[in-house]
Design a protein around this ligand. Structure first.
Ligand SMILES: [Mn+2]
Length: 255
């Protein structure tokens, strides 16, 4: 399978983005806590070298480790999350390090920060009450998108993140509608299309983005590999958009 390297909205090509592949993290199968700990150490090291870290998964629990690493590296980023779920449970099936508890743990690590969700449409009562009780949490649903349109959603996200010095972006592939991304652990109907999400990403990612992840691709459920293709395209869009924002706007005359 092959996809072209151009952005969908962001004008550019992914081969122009300076990327270094750090390889795979050596996880300990069956030991989530230790695996997350290892991830946080690797991320802290890379952040210490001044790098922007891009993590591809896998379980959304990975984001806990990444944020731990950023915090250790001195960052307290705002969060821009694309997800069908809030992932704010205190624990899930007795487990505190779970994809359903990711942002509960992240908020424990960061303390109060701006947390902007796009695409949320599935949550427990406990999660929604917690989200409502936190002034920094903004939830934008697919229904909001339908009623307000893309431009207003983009403006709303930007407004919510306006005062942030740094932003961390987390993309859970279940934000997409299951018809477009069936290969995820918890498919939830009523999701976004690629023609909605790619423009939102391209227009909200800017130079303040210090890192990002794309998670929850589950190849065993991914008939035809369509979710992996969309994941690659989504990551490509985010990287091209970010790279464009990092480029100097003008070059001073040399002589
Ligand atoms: Mn998630």
């Amino acid at each position: 399978m092959n996809i072209e390297s151009n952005g969908y909205v962001a004008t550019g090509f992914v081969e122009d983005v300076p990327v270094y592949d750090e390889g795979d993290l050596a996880v300990v199968h069956g030991d989530v806590v230790e695996s997350v700990e290892r991830l946080s150490k690797v991320v802290a090291e890379l952040v210490g070298e001044g790098r922007r870290v891009v993590v591809i998964g896998g379980e959304h629990v990975a984001t806990i480790g990444v944020i731990k690493g950023y915090r250790a590296g001195g960052f307290k980023p705002c969060l821009l999350v694309f997800d069908a779920h809030l992932d704010l449970r205190y624990e899930y099936l007795g487990v505190k390090y779970s994809h359903a508890s990711t942002f509960r743990r992240v908020l424990e690590i960061l303390g109060d920060t701006e947390l902007v969700y796009v695409g949320v449409r599935a949550y427990s009562r406990e999660e929604m009450e917690l989200a409502k009780s936190k002034p920094g949490v903004t939830v934008i649903t697919p229904r909001n998108l339908e009623l307000l349109g893309l431009a207003n959603i983009v403006a709303g996200v930007r407004r919510s993140l306006a005062r942030c010095e740094s932003v961390y972006v987390s993309i859970d592939m279940d934000v997409y509608d299951p018809s477009q991304a069936p290969g995820v652990g918890n498919p939830e109907p009523g999701g976004l299309t690629s023609r909605e999400l790619l423009p939102i990403i391209a227009n909200t990612v800017d130079e303040r983005v210090v890192g990002l992840d794309l998670v929850e691709v589950a190849p065993p459920y991914d008939a035809g590999g369509v979710t992996s293709v969309l994941a690659a395209k989504t990551l490509q869009e985010a990287l091209i958009a970010l790279n464009l924002k990092l480029k100097p706007k003008y070059s001073p005359a040399s002589s």
